[in-house]
Design a protein around this ligand. Structure first.
Ligand code: GLA
Length: 707
C-alpha cells in the first residue's frame, strides 16, 4: 500500500510516496503545511490516458524500466546469463526515519538485488541530498552499467541552465528551453571536467537571478558523470544524475554493495541567486568548510611569476615582496621537484630537485615561515611523465591498457592509484615532505583527461576516483593542519565530493579580469566566494594577452579568496603599493565577503555585470559593478540592487580601490560628487543608483551599509 511522508527544509517541502516500489517524490517545492501529505498525493494523482500500459510507473528516485518507465532507468545492469536486466523492487521493510535522514529499503529477490536509498533534508537547509546503495544478493556477479538518482520536476519548469566550458573558460552558461525529449550531459574525462560540469538548473519560463521558481542539481562526484533532463511524452519532467560507468567497470560480486555518489538538489521560489545561496549554506554547514575563525589567507602563487625557473634567491626575494604587500601564504607551484625544468619530465618523482635546491626546500620554507607566511607546495600526484625515475622503474603502474600505444596529454600519463603499490609509493613521497617540512598548504593539480583508463584489465576511472579520495583522506588524517586546494588545469575538478577533502578551488588558469567576470559568476552558482581562488595577475594577462589596469584586476579578484600571481619583482614601487592597499582592503572586507549571501544582479544592459554579497543580517553589502563591453547607450542604466532589507535605510558609497577607476564621463552622478547617498533598501532595489560612465573593462565596488 502506498504511504506518504513529508520532509521540510527551511523553505521547502518534499512529499514522498513509498510502500510499493522505490520511493518517489510526489511534490518538491515551496513549504507546505505539515498535515496533508495524503491530500497532496491525492490532488496530484494522475489519470491514465488511452494507448498506454495499464499502470503509470512513477518517476521514482530510482525509476524502473521493469515497472514500465520508458525514460532513463535508474539502474542498468545484468548477470552473465542476461538475467536481472530489468529489476522491479518492492519495499522490504519500513523506512528508518531519524532526526537527520530517512532510509528506504527495497529488494528484488528475482533479480537478486537489494536497494537502499538515503535522503537528507531537515538539517540540510534547503538542500536535499540523496544517494543509493545497491547490493548483489544473488550468487552470480552483477555487471552494473548505471546507478543514478532521479527527481521529478513540475511541468512549469520549462527552461534549463547548464554549463559547458573549456580550459580558461570554465562554467560557461548555456540556456535553453526544455522541450519534449532529453538533454543528456555525459562526462568521460575522469575528472569533473571543464565541459560537462555536473550541474543543472531548471526553472519557470524566464527565470532569472531574483525571479522564478528554480530547482538546482549537482552530482557530487569527481569522476565520470551522466546527467539527463527529460520531458517524457506523458508530460512529466525529471532530472537524473549518476556516475557514468563504462562496460565492465563495475561488476558486483555476490554479496557486494556499491554506493552511488550523492545527488544534491536545491529549490527556491525567488530565482537563481537563492538556489546558489542554499548550496552555499549547505557547504558552509559542513565541518570541512574553512572556518571564519581563520580568515582565508591572501596568497602569492609562483606559477605565472617564475614558471619552471626556480632560483632560491629570486624566490626568497619574491617571498619578501609577498610579505611586504600583506600576503599570508606563499605557494611554490610546479618546478621544484627532481629535474622538473619543463612539462616534459619528472611527474611522479616527488623529491626536491638538488640542482635548484642543493640544500633541499628547507632554506626556502624557513625563509617564508620566518616572514610569518604559510608555505604551500604544488603536487600533481595522479600523474607520471614517461621521462621520470618512477616510470622507468614502474611502467606497469600507469592507468592505461599496455597492449595499445599509450596516449599522452601534456606529455604525461595517469598513474593507477588503485594499484596498492603505486598508491603507497605516492602516499609515502607526499607524506615525507609534509612531515619533514613546515608545509601548511598543498595545491593538488590534475592536468590530464583519462583515456582508455584501465585498471586490472577493466575500465578504471571509478576505482581511480575512489583511490584519490582515499589518498586525500589519509593525507588529511595524517596532516590535519594542511589545507588542500583542488586544481585541474584551472577549474576542471570542482564538485562537492572533492570538497570533503579540499578547501579551495583554483577557479581557472585564466587571470584575465574580463574573462574572470563571467567565469566567477558561473562558479558562484554552486560555490561560495571563500572557495574561489581569484588572483591578481600582471598588467598583461598570460592566457589572453589582454591588458587591464590594476583597478579592474583588483575589483574582480577582490570578491573571492584573494591571491597574487604576478612576479612582484617586476612590479614598480607604485604597483606594489597599490597591491598592498588592495590586500589591506580585502582583509578588511573578507569577513563579509566570505560569509555573506551571494547575490547576482540581472541587468537589461548587456554591457554590465554586477554581483556581490549581502550580509546574512542585511546590515551591509558589497557589489562589484563591471562594464564588460562598450555599451550601446552612452550613459549606463541605474544599478538595481537586490536582497536588501526594504525597510532599512542604507548609505551607498563607492569603495575606492587602488588603480585607475575607469571613470570616463564629463560629469559624475550627483550622489558620487556628494560622496554618498542614503536611501531605503526598497528604493535601492526598485529604482537603483546611477553608476558613472565607465570605460569598458573596468569595475567599481558599491558599498552599502545600513544606517
Ligand atoms: C596547471 C594549473 C596551473 C599550474 C600549472 C603547473 O595548468 O592549473 O595553475 O599549477 O598546472 O604546471
Amino acid at each position: 500500500m502506498t504511504k506518504h511522508l513529508m520532509l521540510h527544509g527551511e523553505h521547502t517541502t518534499l512529499v514522498l510516496a513509498h510502500g510499493d516500489g522505490p520511493p518517489a517524490v510526489v511534490y518538491w517545492g515551496g513549504s507546505l503545511p505539515n498535515d496533508d501529505a495524503e491530500s497532496v498525493a491525492s490532488a496530484l494523482n494522475r489519470p491514465l490516458a488511452h494507448a498506454t500500459i495499464d499502470v503509470e510507473a512513477p518517476v521514482a528516485l530510482v525509476p524502473e524500466l521493469g515497472s514500465g518507465f520508458f525514460g532513463s532507468p535508474g539502474i542498468k545492469g545484468a548477470r552473465p546469463d542476461g538475467s536481472g536486466w530489468a529489476p522491479r523492487f518492492t519495499e522490504s521493510r519500513p523506512p528508518e526515519v531519524t532526526a537527520d535522514d530517512i532510509r528506504f529499503f527495497c529488494e528484488d529477490p528475482i533479480a537478486g538485488l537489494e536497494l537502499e536509498i538515503e535522503i537528507f533534508l531537515k538539517n540540510n537547509r534547503d538542500v536535499v541530498a540523496l544517494r543509493q546503495m545497491l547490493k548483489n544478493t544473488g550468487d552470480t556477479p552483477y555487471s552494473l552499467g548505471r546507478q543514478s538518482l532521479s527527481l521529478p520536476l513540475p511541468t512549469h519548469a520549462e527552461e534549463i541552465l547548464d554549463f559547458t566550458g573549456r580550459w580558461c573558460d570554465e562554467f560557461h552558461p548555456r540556456r535553453q528551453v526544455w522541450e519534449a525529449g532529453a538533454i543528456i550531459n555525459e562526462n568521460r574525462r575522469g575528472r569533473s571536467s571543464h565541459d560537462h560540469v555536473a550541474v543543472i538548473f531548471a526553472g519557470t519560463r524566464g527565470f532569472d537571478e531574483q525571479h522564478g521558481e528554480v530547482w538546482g542539481f549537482h552530482l557530487g562526484w569527481s569522476g565520470n558523470s551522466r546527467l539527463v533532463a527529460e520531458r517524457v511524452s506523458d508530460g512529466r519532467r525529471y532530472l537524473q544524475a549518476g556516475e557514468l560507468l563504462f562496460p565492465g567497470e563495475v561488476i558486483l560480486e555476490a554479496g557486494e554493495t556499491i554506493e552511488s555518489p550523492w545527488l544534491y538538489g536545491a529549490y527556491s521560489a525567488t530565482g537563481l541567486s537563492s538556489v546558489s545561496q542554499a548550496f552555499h549554506q549547505h557547504l558552509r554547514g559542513r565541518d570541512t568548510h574553512p572556518s571564519l575563525d581563520k580568515p582565508r589567507p591572501v596568497l602569492l602563487n609562483t606559477w605565472e611569476a617564475v614558471y619552471f625557473d626556480h632560483d632560491l634567491d629570486t624566490l626568497k626575494k619574491l617571498a619578501d615582496r609577498a610579505a611586504e604587500v600583506g600576503a599570508e601564504r606563499f605557494v611554490l607551484d610546479d618546478g621544484w621537484f627532481h629535474r622538473r625544468n619543463d612539462d616534459t619530465a619528472a611527474l611522479g618523482d616527488w623529491f626536491v630537485d638538488d640542482q635548484k635546491y642543493p640544500d633541499g626546500l628547507e632554506p626556502l620554507v624557513s625563509h617564508v615561515t620566518g616572514l610569518g607566511l604559510e608555505f604551500g607546495l604544488w603536487f600533481e600526484p595522479e600523474m607520471v611523465n614517461p621521462n621520470s625515475e618512477l616510470y622507468r622503474a614502474h611502467p606497469e603502474w600507469v592507468l592505461a591498457d599496455a597492449d595499445y600505444e599509450l596516449i599522452l596529454g601534456r606529455n604525461q600519463l595517469v598513474l593507477d592509484l588503485a594499484n596498492p603499490d603505486a598508491y603507497a609509493h605516492i602516499f609515502g613521497q607526499i607524506d615525507t615532505l609534509l612531515t619533514d617540512l613546515d608545509i601548511s598548504y598543498v595545491k593538488w593539480d590534475m592536468n590530464r583527461d583519462h583515456v582508455q583508463a584501465t585498471h586490472n584489465g577493466r575500465a578504471g576511472t571509478r576505482a581511480q576516483t575512489l583511490a584519490l579520495y582515499r589518498l586525500l583522506a589519509e593525507l588529511g588524517e595524517r596532516h590535519p593542519h594542511v589545507e588542500i586546494e583542488s586544481c585541474s588545469s584551472g577549474g576542471g575538478r570542482a564538485d562537492f565530493e572533492i570538497l570533503r577533502h579540499t578547501r579551495r578551488f583554483w577557479t581557472s588558469d585564466c587571470n584575465d579580469a574580463l574573462e574572470r567576470q563571467r567565469i566567477q559568476r558561473g562558479f558562484s552558482m554552486l560555490f561560495p566566494p571563500e572557495l574561489m581562488g581569484a588572483h591578481v595577475g600582471p598588467h598583461v594577462s598570460h592566457t589572453t594577452r589582454r591588458t587591464h589596469d590594476l583597478g579592474f584586476r583588483g575589483a574582480v579578484a577582490f570578491l573571492g579568496h584573494l591571491g597574487i600571481e604576478w612576479n612582484l619583482l617586476d612590479a614598480s614601487d607604485d604597483e606594489r603599493a597599490q597591491v598592498k592597499e588592495l590586500v589591506t582592503l580585502h582583509k578588511k572586507f573578507r569577513p563579509l565577503l566570505h560569509s555573506g549571501d551571494v547575490v547576482r544582479l540581472d541587468s537589461a544592459d548587456e554591457a554590465s555585470m554586477t554581483q556581490g554579497v549581502v550580509a546574512a543580517d542585511k546590515s551591509e553589502a558589497l557589489f562589484a559593478y563591471a562594464r564588460i563591453n562598450t555599451a550601446r547607450s552612452s550613459v549606463p542604466d541605474p544599478v538595481q540592487f537586490a536582497q536588501l532589507d526594504p525597510e532599512r535605510k542604507y548609505r551607498v558609497t563607492i569603495l575606492a580601490l587602488p588603480g585607475r577607476s575607469g571613470e570616463f564621463g564629463r560629469t559624475r552622478p550627483q550622489w558620487m560628487d556628494d560622496g554618498s547617498v542614503v536611501l531605503s533598501g526598497k528604493a535601492l532595489m526598485m529604482m537603483g543608483v546611477q553608476p558613472p560612465v565607465l570605460d569598458p573593462e573596468s569595475a567599481l565596488l558599491f558599498h552599502i551599509v545600513a544606517e
